[in-house]
Design a protein around this ligand. Structure first.
Ligand code: PLP
Ligand code: CA
Length: 304
């Protein structure tokens, strides 16, 4: 089967593809689970791939949980063989970036949630502790910490004007790093609702500061580099499976991985074909090499 063709594959074609790979990288939401509901067959697929000698990784832009909490979630949803070391979240990778790449000498001002704060603490990266007292005076009287050398923006359900104001004040210093956990614009919730993602909050900070954030999560290659540095992965022997063309499939294309779209999440086959038929060459990187209905299709691939 030739590449970047949006090829819908099943059975022996899936088997042939998997036989040619050593590593399978799964996006989580929309692939492995939808919120708190497991994708039927996903635990069996992970076990099957491991029995076949594959290395399996989970790579999520969701920064709301620390790695240990993902392990609990995998167990709760029926997975029996997922290790913390196999889970790479945008929160974990942001902490790794600040510690190992930026080698930050100073504190991080975090707009984010417990997942980000816990991963930064675990990595030993100092953060500005939130003032427990209610702010006094006007909204312009908030304290600023002179040791801040980076601003990190992630999903934050308590995002507010003061946080935005503080972030853009810190970012006036051009030496202050500006990172975003991920660029996701929104996420599906149950009942057809959506919630704004980290990308929406980052866009507000970018506008207020007239700066552009460095993105850590998919589609940036840093998450792959993070895995590759620990497990010595060859991109040519790795398959990226995701449900969102603009993050997961672009991520795979950016990192030199073969890509597979699964239709249990956000993007549709029609959207994939739309990118394939587009005249804009940049959109070609949104086109998956392969498409399956669900990763549960891997099971019959091994039965045949
Ligand atoms: N960030 C948040 C806050 C989310 O709720 C989700 C999905 O539920 C994601 C990111 C995307 O996660 P993934 O990369 O696993 O699809
Ligand atoms: Ca997803």
């Amino acid at each position: 089967v030739s590449s970047r063709g949006c090829h819908k594959i099943r059975g022996s074609q899936i088997r042939e593809l998997l036989d040619s790979k050593l590593n399978v990288l799964f996006d989580c939401d929309g692939v492995i689970w939808n919120g708190e509901t497991v994708v039927a067959g996903a635990p069996e697929v992970v076990t099957l791939l491991k029995q076949q000698g594959k290395k399996v990784f989970f790579i999520t832009n969701n920064c709301t949980r620390p790695r240990a909490s993902y392990v609990t979630k995998f167990i709760r949803l029926g997975f029996t063989d997922v290790a913390e070391e196999e889970i790479f979240s945008s929160a974990y990778c942001s902490a790794a970036y600040l510690r190992d790449v930026a080698k930050l000498q100073g504190k991080v001002y975090v707009i984010g949630c417990q997942g980000v704060v816990k991963e930064l603490r675990e990595a030993g990266v100092p953060i500005v502790e939130e003032d427990t007292d209610a702010p006094t005076g006007t909204i312009y009287d908030y304290p600023l910490d002179p040791d801040v050398k980076a601003v990190l923006v992630g999903y934050d359900e308590k995002f507010d004007f003061i946080k935005l104001a503080k972030a853009c004040c810190y970012l006036q210093n051009t030496e202050c790093l500006f990172l975003a956990t991920d660029p996701d614009p929104w996420h599906p919730l149950r009942g057809g609702r959506i919630t704004p993602g980290s990308g929406s909050l980052t866009a507000a900070v970018e506008t207020a500061s007239s700066r552009k954030a460095t993105v850590i999560g998919k589609p940036s290659c840093f998450m792959f580099e993070c895995i590759a540095s620990q497990f010595n992965l060859d991109p040519g022997q790795s398959l990226m499976v995701g449900d969102r063309l603009e993050t997961d499939i672009l991520f795979g294309a950016n990192c030199g991985l073969d890509t597979m779209l699964t239709l249990t999440g956000v993007s549709t086959l029609e959207e994939a074909h739309g990118y394939k038929d587009s005249d804009d060459p940049e959109r070609k990187d949104f086109v998956p090499d392969y498409v399956v209905e669900t990763i549960a299709d891997f099971i019959e691939a091994y039965e045949e």
